[in-house]
Design a protein around this ligand. Structure first.
Ligand code: DGJ
Length: 685
């Protein structure tokens, strides 16, 4: 039996063959789906008499030594879980496979469904038996790796330096990307791509898997000596973390799988579109954030002055970052005591919010609800509320401990503290930070990071369903960016790096998964506090232009010329954001290329911005032509350069075909280090 599922232009074919196994016969362009066949399997000497080839829902015990769907054990009956023959069926626009361990009563069901061109795979465990079952591991998905794949691509990074592409050649054995920290982390999180040597943004085959989960994870590919290969995506369990009691059900995190025959841009589009459809559609106001302008030194008078300056530049939302609550003057104190500091803000937040509103902006507030400082009233009153309690001493990170959100008293305390702030003040936005990993994520002697992740999702939902607030997910910058938390939040802080050169790399890699309009991109100070680099305002503005635009610096330190450039950039952003934020980010250059060339193409393809960013001095005075990407080959476009300084504001370039712009390109290299060009393209035919 063969069952087919169609995405936008991708198809999946699963097939149950005579041996009763379920095979993955096709995952690729729908136009080529006639090529679907289950891999033939050769029986060799010294191998099982009943051949066991690659199949879905594999188990051990028949001679298959790859990755099993599930590894679990029942201590009462001393039996390990062994799934029987799976069944395949179609239900409307979904395919299902299900298998059962008849002795233990455990059922495993996997559903495959397209969201555009992203195949979303969800797996549920349902315990219908009599005795508890301890899970060791359970795959959300175990699709086969295509045999053209000979490279694995992930991202590496650390705080403030996220987003370095990491490629490894892969011919045999296992490559694994593990997240143990309890947040996805700075090194790309639960995303893993397979590709073929030489593949890039606009060429070659790619397959990318992303796990929609913000806790510990395991992403891997493994190739056996017989040539079969599996892709593993799963939530990682700590020993003893999951005991399924009779009657219990466990939903494993969803996996998003995308495939492309023509480069990574196709993958980016599929993942961005699927995640966009899971979230709310919002008009994204220009942010002003106080952090890099003031750090902890926030006072009523100082913030009112900042707000007025920010509004003068064109900001539409003022976000009061860290430092506003009781006793918080540095990072050593007060997390958990979510009341307004009576010294810095003697009249509460009211006068600042009024000033912000009078300046025409909305007000947002920073919080770090999952954390507590040992030096806080709440910790002194409830030392047993933290993960790891009663271990002594508990390891701190950024001088703080982690609250156990799975404790109802803690979740209620946080909901009530946040509600009190939202009830008393007109706050339309929360920047929700999380500045350390979970260690030990322990309660009653067992690590439970997954319970913490699920409790966080519940708390975010509880707040959003009771208050009309938008929530930004921040974790020391880009430490928690994944499709799991994307369902519960509205925006991400991509990195604490505001250096525009670093940001080009970081936004490119983060934007592989997250739609660009959800990624906060702020104009920072120069010299940059992290790198010391002096970067012209125009370069900083253009870098922020392809994200959710903001400012994160003291406007008092900007020269009149810098202010004028910033104001003009904000005007461009405001007049184009509606289509830009529904459009698609397309890379026309490879990671690390100079110039960095990216486009934002509108949903209907009628317009686009091309941004060309030159980082270093070109090696030769005659630079290469700049080729664009993501345009319609047989369309024609009128090109106009938007200038951030001087007159006129718009410079005509000419009219060209999409095919010509993509194949031959134009002389658009800015030609000088640290300069960029912004070209507006409008389709004429
Ligand atoms: C880390 C965040 O990434 C910064 O933007 C800022 O909010 C600080 N935390 C505040 O402590």
């Amino acid at each position: 039996m063969k069952l087919k599922l169609d995405g936008h232009s991708t198809a999946l074919i699963l097939e149950q063959t005579d041996d009763d196994d379920i095979h993955w016969s096709w995952f690729g362009p729908a136009s080529l789906a006639e090529m679907a066949t289950p891999a033939g399997f050769q029986r060799l000497p010294a191998s099982p008499d009943q051949p066991v080839g690659p199949s879905l829902m594999p188990g051990h015990g028949r001679g298959f030594h790859g990755i099993a769907q599930i590894e679990a054990f029942c201590a009462t009956t001393r039996r390990r879980v062994q799934l029987g023959q799976p069944e395949l069926r179609q239900n409307g626009d979904a395919l299902h496979i299900a298998a059962r361990d008849d002795h233990l009563g455990l059922e495993v069901g996997t559903t495959f469904k397209f969201q555009g061109d992203a195949l979303v795979i969800t797996t549920t465990l349902n315990h219908t038996g009599q005795s508890p079952i301890d899970l060791i591991r359970a795959a959300s998905a175990l699709p086969p790796a295509p045999d053209w794949a000979n490279e694995v691509v992930t991202h590496a990074g650390a705080w403030g330096r996220e987003g370095y592409e990491a490629r490894r050649s892969w011919t045999t054995g296992r490559v694994e990307q593990l997240g143990r920290g309890g947040r996805p982390g700075f090194d790309g999180g639960p995303t893993l791509s397979l590709t073929e040597a030489g593949a890039g943004e606009n060429r070659g085959r790619w397959l990318t898997a992303h796990l929609a989960w913000s806790g510990p994870f395991r992403m891997a590919v493994e190739k056996a000596t017989d040539g079969s290969a599996q892709i593993l995506a799963e939530r990682r369990f700590a020993p003893g973390e999951i005991r399924l009691e009779p009657g219990e059900e466990l939903d494993l995190p969803a996996v998003m799988l995308t495939v492309s025959e023509s480069g990574l841009n196709t993958i980016r589009r599929a993942l961005n579109t699927a995640i966009r459809s899971m979230g709310r559609s919002l008009v994204r106001p220009v942010h002003f954030n106080t952090w890099e302008a003031r750090y902890f030194d926030v006072t009523e008078a100082g913030c009112i002055a900042l707000a007025q300056d920010a509004a003068g530049l064109g900001a539409e939302r003022f976000v009061l970052d860290d430092g506003w609550f009781k006793g918080r003057r540095n990072d050593q104190t007060s997390l958990g005591d979510w009341t307004v500091d009576p010294v810095q803000f003697p009249n509460g937040l009211g006068p600042l919010i009024t000033a912000v509103q009078q300046a025409g902006m909305e007000f947002g507030l920073w919080l770090e609800p999952e954390m507590v400082s040992p030096d806080s009233d709440v910790y002194r009153a409830h030392p047993d509320w933290v993960l790891g309690w009663p271990q002594e001493p508990l390891p701190t990170g950024r001088n703080q401990l982690v609250l156990d959100l799975a404790l109802p008293a803690v979740a209620d305390y946080l909901f009530e503290s946040i509600s009190a702030l939202l009830d008393a003040n007109e706050i339309s936005y929360l920047k929700w930070d999380c500045n350390r990993d979970l260690y030990p994520a322990m309660r009653d002697g067992i690590e439970r990071p997954g319970a913490q992740t699920k409790a966080l999702y519940r708390l975010l939902d509880r707040i959003r369903s009771n208050y009309p607030v938008e929530i930004e997910s921040c974790a020391s910058g880009g430490g928690r960016i994944d499709a799991g938390i994307a369902r519960h939040t509205d925006r991400f802080w991509a990195s604490d790096a505001t250096d525009a050169i670093d940001r080009l790399r970081i936004q490119r890699s983060t934007g592989l998964i997250m739609p660009h309009e959800r990624l906060g991109a702020h104009v920072g100070p120069s010299p940059n506090p992290m790198t010391g680099r002096q970067i012209p305002m125009s370069f900083r503005v253009l870098t922020a232009f392809f994200g959710h635009f903001g400012i994160e610096a003291d406007p008092g330190h900007f020269s009149p010329d810098e202010k004028a450039v910033l104001q003009r950039g904000i005007e461009f952003y405001k007049s184009h954001r509606n289509w830009m934020h529904e459009g698609q980010l397309v890379m026309a250059s490879e990671p690390g290329d100079d110039p960095d060339v990216q486009l934002l193409v509108s949903d209907d393809g009628a317009r686009a911005f091309a941004r060309v960013m030159r980082i270093d001095t070109p090696k030769r005075p005659l630079p290469s032509r700049v080729r664009l990407a993501g345009l319609t080959a047989d369309a024609r476009y009128n090109l106009v350069e938007y200038a951030l300084a001087g007159d006129p504001v718009e410079w005509p370039i000419g009219e060209y075909s999409g095919a010509g712009l993509m194949a031959e390109g134009l002389a658009l290299d800015p030609g000088r280090a640290l300069s960029g060009r912004l070209i507006y393209l409008e389709r004429t035919a």
